[in-house]
Design a protein around this ligand. Structure first.
Ligand code: MLT
Ligand code: MN
Ligand code: ZN
Length: 302
């Protein structure tokens, strides 16, 4: 299977429209030092033609234009077979409503994510007034095969893993499975990817599953615990926002470094994170530890 990183920035993108932090300022005036990135999303395909989105970002329109054209057979042709959703956060779901021109949308999500999208953000009721939505329920710890719109099997399965995190701040309730990572497997090649764009921690069970993978795409939102507090733009720490920071003795970098099997790549990187600067000491230390900093368009074959 092929996995493409369509968007590697966290919510707001990079640079963020209203942000003049040092990294956003560099992305505007010195793009060779800081390459702009769109909001968190990826795509997976087993034939390089028919794609499933992994989250639907507010940048979905331009992101879909980056996928290889897949042979439209009629005037209207949605170049995406289905959308797998890891959580109900706006950066991962606003794209659902932007895909409303499709006559039909196939969504793969847990029941907790579905209820937040039904009741709280109301993105599903709004989208349903334009397009027919079919929900394929994802159950924690259980594999679901992704199917093409014609019912054919893609050969790709997904299994949601609970990750340590709270629900979106606008959620009125929080059932288990409101935020998940995904194990994504190819039945044919045996290729295995752990896709974890948002996680407030790394527990032994999550680390154990990630060690089995060929590729780990992990939450790179913040470099440090007090990144936004130090910049004076928030009073919440990284962990209070349900993102394990990259640095520090308990951070994701030393823990990911200990995984010997998979290739490791950060995604969902906040615009304030200094690893976005190509020449920063933080970038150097991530790369020296054997982890890559995700960039839109990066592609992996597993
Ligand atoms: C997150 O990743 O924590 C959320 O997407 C936050 C947000 O977009 O407001
Ligand atoms: Mn986010
Ligand atoms: Zn910024």
């Amino acid at each position: 299977m092929q996995i493409v990183l369509l968007g590697t920035a966290a919510g707001g993108g990079f640079p963020q429209w209203n942000c003049w932090c040092p990294t956003c300022a560099a992305a505007r005036s010195q793009p060779h030092r800081a390459i702009p990135r769109s909001q968190s999303s990826a795509a997976v395909s087993s034939d390089g033609k028919r794609w499933f989105l992994l989250n639907a970002s507010p940048d979905v329109r331009s992101q879909l234009l980056c996928l290889p054209a897949n042979g439209a057979t009629g005037v209207r042709h949605a170049p995406v077979e289905g959308v797998v959703i890891t959580d109900a956060e706006l950066d991962h779901t606003l794209g659902i409503v932007l895909l409303r021109e499709a006559r039909a949308l196939e969504l793969y999500l847990t029941s907790s994510v579905q209820s937040i999208l039904e009741r709280d953000s109301r993105l599903l009721p709004v989208t349903r007034s334009f397009a027919e939505i079919t929900v394929h329920p994802l159950l924690l710890g259980q594999r679901t095969l992704l199917r093409y719109r014609d019912g054919g099997a893609s050969g790709i399965w997904v299994e949601p893993l609970a990750v340590p995190a709270g629900p979106p701040r606008f959620a009125s309730g929080a059932g288990t499975g409101h935020t998940v990572g995904l194990m994504i497997g190819d039945e044919r090649t045996g290729g295995l990817c752990a896709f974890v764009p948002g996680s407030g921690g790394l527990d032994p069970s999550l680390l154990g599953r990630m060690e089995q993978a060929d590729l780990v795409l992990f939450d790179g939102t913040f470099w440090s615990e007090n990144e936004l507090i130090d910049l004076g733009i928030s009073d919440r720490s990284a962990r209070q926002m349900d993102h394990l920071p990259v640095s520090g003795p308990e951070g994701s970098l030393p823990q990911l470094t200990r995984l010997s099997r998979p290739q490791k790549v950060y995604t969902h990187i906040n615009n304030t994170n200094p690893i976005l600067l190509e020449d920063s000491p933080e970038r150097l230390s991530v790369e020296r530890a054997g982890v890559s900093v995700g960039l839109d368009g990066m592609s992996f074959t597993l």
